[in-house]
Structures are given as structure tokens and as C-alpha cells.
Design a protein around this ligand. Structure first.
Ligand code: FBP
Length: 553
């Protein structure tokens, strides 16, 4: 297969490792005192009697050399792609081989379903050689099947037994790691000799806490989006005729939007967590935006850049209420709704069923969005929030607000000439070649996972810390997954889950943004980060995200 010049050169990049792995994955382990979950301790302990309370593990260089017996390990990629997944697998592979040359690594195909359906390949040195330091999850593929039932757990155990697998490594986000912990507990309870280890993955950056400093892929994805936003901003400032509305991936939390705002200084960036905190309505958000547009127009700047987080819509209280009502109506009245022929019939049927408050929010939306809200449904029949084109919704609402203000003869809109362009950035960054940071971090996470397997652990997440320092000061070890859990209501039931990290409005990344945003709104102070650099001076190649730097400063 022909590969690009960059890929060829990049293949020989040797990712850096924490000092604990100087002699490979046979490490010395230090243990902390027993741990507790972040809250709901009693309930979590009851649900995880074996894995609850385990100590934090910290690795240092081991002296043992290749004495351990060979282990067969299975690896799964779960959920959305994130740059660096191949390097996690490379780190696991090399780590296992450092334990014993005869260790084998099997990759389950297409995500968790591959484990249940016994679809796998053996990952060999030769296969891996063309995937080192590359983006994507294509070596084995990924999937969104949830591993959560006892039946799936048992089928998986059977398949592992056939391959002699005694450890599984799940590379995934908060849900997949929660399920990895359930799987670990199930196997402990059933005395099935299979260890389960998790690795923190997601571009969304919402799997982090005191011990997991960041999820892999966030660094590279944000750098790719920031490059593109910088390019768009420069175009905006060159042509001076468009407002660019850019929606950014991040299913729930606004970490990506915040990081990109810090990297590029747009005129407006909406942070969903702030919208929720201030209980802003859609009209309030539109109001704020109109003010900035008018202020810039007054200075002759009829152009600008707006960043919108993908998850925004669910953080606006009135829309959250509307969506909940819509979900209920669409389940209860599905057949009546399907019977109606035209979009107009469907929307007016819906209006009649909504509460007064939600009906007035619904009718305030452009027809196209009203239709989208009832048409795009997820497999459970719910509104598919991520499909809603929030950027178009905001533009249309701004336009109607402007024409109303014009018709009322308001002086603020006198200089405004509002023309907008829309963009959605998400898939552009998820499979990018990992930055040096992600290449090193992922390889280190893989080595850590192999070491956790090597020392017989289960129910742990691989953790590499001290990430704002050079890698020779990185620390590596394992964090009990139960430690990150709390109880949350999911589909009407209380469930143990890893707590999702949302943007903290009292932490430095948001505070830095909030201190500067008024100036960035009216002036034109765009920053152009340019493309990710893989070779060259360290200050352009090895910077972490601004979020991580500020959080750890
Ligand atoms: P994960 O949480 O699984 O890492 O996925 C994150 C994400 O990229 C979100 O930002 C986005 O909303 C979603 O996946 C898109 O999902 P899909 O790939 O199924 O279209």
C-alpha cells in the first residue's frame, strides 16, 4: 500500500515513555491507602464489592528481566475515533513483549461487538509497523455497542477462553470505562480469570479528573480545529464581509470549544456550561450575539467568527424541557405522527401536544429546525441532538431579530450588514496524525496498561500524569475505576457511572477566556496557530493544550 511521505518519516518516530518503563513493563509497584469513590460511597461499594477501595498504583523501574510467563491479551477500541489509538496499541504490544516475547495481543474487530461475536485478529509486529504514529482506529476498527449485560460478559469470557486470553484492555470514554469496571467485577465474582483494564480516550476531553489529567486525542483534535478556525478567521479579516458560525464537536461538554477559543481568540464563543449556570434562554443567547454584531458594525467590522459547542442545545434549560416533552410525545403518539403526511401537519400536531411554555419555544424556531427536531431520532426514538444545526438556528434567529430592530428604527442596527457562513468541525480532527504529545501520551498509556496486566491488576484505568512536564518526569500507574464513580439516573434507573467532567467555570481555562472575551469580541485579535508541527523546535512541536497548561499551572 502506498503511503504519504509524512507517514513514511513519521513511522520512525520513537514515542517517549515515562522513566518507570526504562526496563520495559515489568515494573515495581507502590500502593496507596485504600480509596473511596468520589461520592455515593455506600452504593458504589455495594455494587463493586471486590473492586471497591483498591489502592492507587504507582510504577517505578523494575529490576526483573523477562522472567514472567507469557500472557495473551485482547484489546478493544470503543466509541468515536481519537488521534493516537494506534499508539496505545503499539505501547501495549511493546510492553507485553518486554514482559515475555511469547505474549500475544489480539485485537477485537469493530469495537466491543467484536469481543461478543468473536471477531478478532492477532496483532503482530509486522501489522503494527504500518500503524505506528498514525491517526485513525482502522487497525481493528471501533464501535458503539455497549458491553453491559451478563449475557455479553459470559459470551466474551467464552471467546477469551478459546484464545487463552487472560486480560482485556478497553480503550474508550467514560461509558466504556464504566462498563469495563462492571466487566472486571463480574469476572471477579464469577472467578473467571480475566483481568480488565481501561484507557482514557475521547476527543471531547470530558474523561478527566484529579488523576486522569486528560483523555487522549483531545490535544490533536483541538490543534486541528484551531488551525482551521485560524484559517477561517484570517479569511474573515481579509474579505471583511462574512460572519462565520463554526459548530464544534463535543457531544456534551464544551472543552473543545473553550480550548479552540483560547488558541484562536474568536469574537464570540459560547460555553454551554455557562449558559446552563446562568439559565439563559435561546433569546438571551441571540441577544448577546446581536449586541456584539452591532458593536463591531459600528466600528466598520461587519465580519466575525463565532464558536458554538455541539452540545449547546441540551444545556439551554427551556430547550432541554422541550426536548424531554418531544421525546415523550414521539414515543406515545408515534403511530398518529407517522400517519400525518406533510411536515406542516406534523409540526402543528406536535404544537398541540406541548405545554404552553415549550410550544412557544418550539414556534419561535425556524420551520426547518422544528422539522429536524421531530425527524432525526436516535435508535431509542429520541431527538438526535447532535444532528441539530445549531449554527443555522442561531443565524436565522439573529436575522429575524435584526429585521425586527430595523423595522423599529433602532439606531444600533444602522451600520449592520449581516451575512453568514456556516461550518461544522468534528470528523476533520478525529483521525489526524497524533501530535507529538498524543503520540507519546498514547504510547505511554499503552505501556502502562501492559504493566497493569503484568502485575495482575483488574478494574483499573491506566494513568499517566505530570503531563505538562517533559516526559522524563511523567508518572505512570493505575487508578481504581470505582474511585471515579458516582450514582446517576440513566433511563429512569440509578446507575454507577464515571462522572463526566464538564467545563469548570471556576477553573483557569474558563476564567482566562472570560477575562479576555469582551476585548476579543469587539477588536480583531485572532491568533493563527497554524498546522500541527511534528519536526522542529520544541516550542512549536511539544506544546500541550492551553487547557491542560492552565489547569495544571
Ligand atoms: P466518544 O465520546 O466516543 O469519544 O466520541 C466523541 C464524538 O466524537 C463526539 O464529539 C461526537 O458528538 C460523536 O463522537 C459523534 O459520533 P459518531 O462518530 O457516532 O458520529
Amino acid at each position: 500500500m502506498e503511503i504519504s511521505v509524512l507517514q513514511k518519516v513519521r513511522a520512525s518516530y520513537e514515542p517517549k515513555l515515562p522513566p518507570a518503563f526504562a526496563n520495559g513493563a515489568l515494573v515495581t509497584v507502590a500502593k496507596s491507602d485504600p480509596t473511596e469513590s468520589i461520592s455515593d460511597q455506600e452504593s458504589i461499594q455495594k455494587l463493586f464489592p471486590v473492586n471497591y477501595g483498591k489502592p492507587i498504583l504507582e510504577f517505578s523501574v523494575g529490576s526483573q528481566k523477562k522472567a514472567a510467563k507469557p500472557i495473551n491479551v485482547g484489546v478493544i477500541l470503543s466509541g468515536g475515533q481519537a488521534p493516537g489509538g494506534h499508539n496505545v496499541i503499539a505501547g501495549i504490544f511493546d510492553g507485553l513483549k518486554s514482559i515475555n516475547e511469547k505474549c500475544k495481543l489480539y485485537g477485537f474487530i469493530g469495537g466491543p461487538s467484536g469481543l461478543v461475536e468473536n471477531k478478532y485478529i492477532e496483532i503482530t509486529a509486522e501489522l503494527l509497523s504500518s500503524y505506528r504514529n498514525t491517526g485513525g482506529f482502522d487497525i481493528i476498527g471501533s464501535g458503539r455497542t455497549k458491553l453491559e449485560t451478563a449475557e455479553q460478559f459470559e459470551k466474551s469470557a467464552k471467546n477469551c477462553k478459546k484464545l487463552g486470553i487472560s486480560a482485556l484492555i478497553v480503550i474508550g470514554g467514560d461509558d466504556s470505562n464504566t462498563n469495563a469496571c462492571l466487566l472486571a467485577e463480574h469476572y471477579c465474582m464469577k472467578r473467571t480469570p480475566i483481568q480488565v483494564i481501561g484507557c482514557p480516550k475521547t476527543i471531547d476531553g470530558d474523561l478527566k479528573n484529579l488523576f486522569i489529567e486528560t483523555s487522549f486525542g483531545f490535544d490533536t483534535a483541538c490543534k486541528v480545529y484551531s488551525e482551521l478556525i485560524g484559517n477561517i478567521s484570517r479569511d474573515a479579516d481579509s474579505a471583511r464581509k462574512y460572519w462565520h458560525f463554526i459548530r464544534l464537536m463535543g457531544r456534551s461538554a464544551s472543552h473543545i470549544t473553550l480550548e479552540c477559543a483560547l488558541q484562536t481568540r474568536p469574537n464570540i464563543a459560547i460555553i454551554s456550561e455557562e449558559v446552563a449556570k446562568k439559565k439563559q434562554t435561546l433569546a438571551d443567547i441571540v441577544d448577546d450575539m446581536v449586541k456584539v454584531i452591532c458593536k463591531r458594525a459600528k466600528k466598520g467590522r461587519n465580519f466575525g467568527v463565532v464558536l458554538i459547542p455541539e452540545g449547546l442545545i441540551e444545556f439551554i434549560p427551556e430547550i432541554k424541557k422541550l426536548i424531554n416533552e418531544l421525546n415523550e410525545i414521539m414515543t406515545k403518539d408515534e403511530s398518529a405522527l407517522n400517519f400525518l403526511k406533510t411536515d406542516e401537519d406534523k409540526t402543528s400536531f406536535i404544537k398541540g401536544k406541548l405545554s404552553n411554555e415549550s410550544a412557544s419555544v418550539y414556534v419561535s424556531m425556524p420551520l426547518q429546525i422544528q422539522i429536524q427536531l421531530i425527524k432525526d431520532r436516535d435508535p431509542h426514538g429520541n431527538v438526535q441532538v447532535s444532528m441539530i444545526e445549531t449554527e443555522k438556528l442561531l443565524i436565522q434567529m439573529i436575522e429575524s431579530r435584526m429585521s425586527l430592530m430595523k423595522s423599529q428604527g433602532k439606531s444600533e442596527v444602522k451600520d449592520v450588514r449581516f451575512k453568514a457562513q456556516t461550518h461544522f468541525l468534528g470528523y476533520e480532527g478525529r483521525c489526524a496524525a497524533p501530535s507529538n504529545f498524543d503520540a507519546d501520551y498514547c504510547y505511554s498509556l499503552g505501556a502502562t496498561a501492559a504493566a497493569l496486566v503484568g502485575c495482575g491488576s483488574t478494574g483499573y484505568m491506566a494513568a499517566v500524569r505530570n503531563l505538562t512536564k517533559p516526559s522524563d518526569q511523567w508518572l505512570s500507574g493505575g487508578i481504581p475505576i470505582t474511585m471515579m464513580m458516582n450514582m446517576e439516573r440513566r433511563h429512569g434507573k440509578e446507575k454507577p457511572v464515571i462522572q463526566k467532567s464538564l467545563v469548570d467555570l471556576h477553573d483557569k481555562p474558563f476564567e482566562t477566556f472570560a477575562e479576555n472575551r469582551d476585548e476579543w469580541a469587539v477588536e480583531t485579535e485572532y491568533l493563527y496557530p497554524g498546522p500541527i508541527q511534528y519536526f522542529g523546535p520544541s516550542e512549536v512541536c511539544d506544546q500541550t493544550t492551553k487547557t491542560l497548561a492552565l489547569e495544571r499551572s
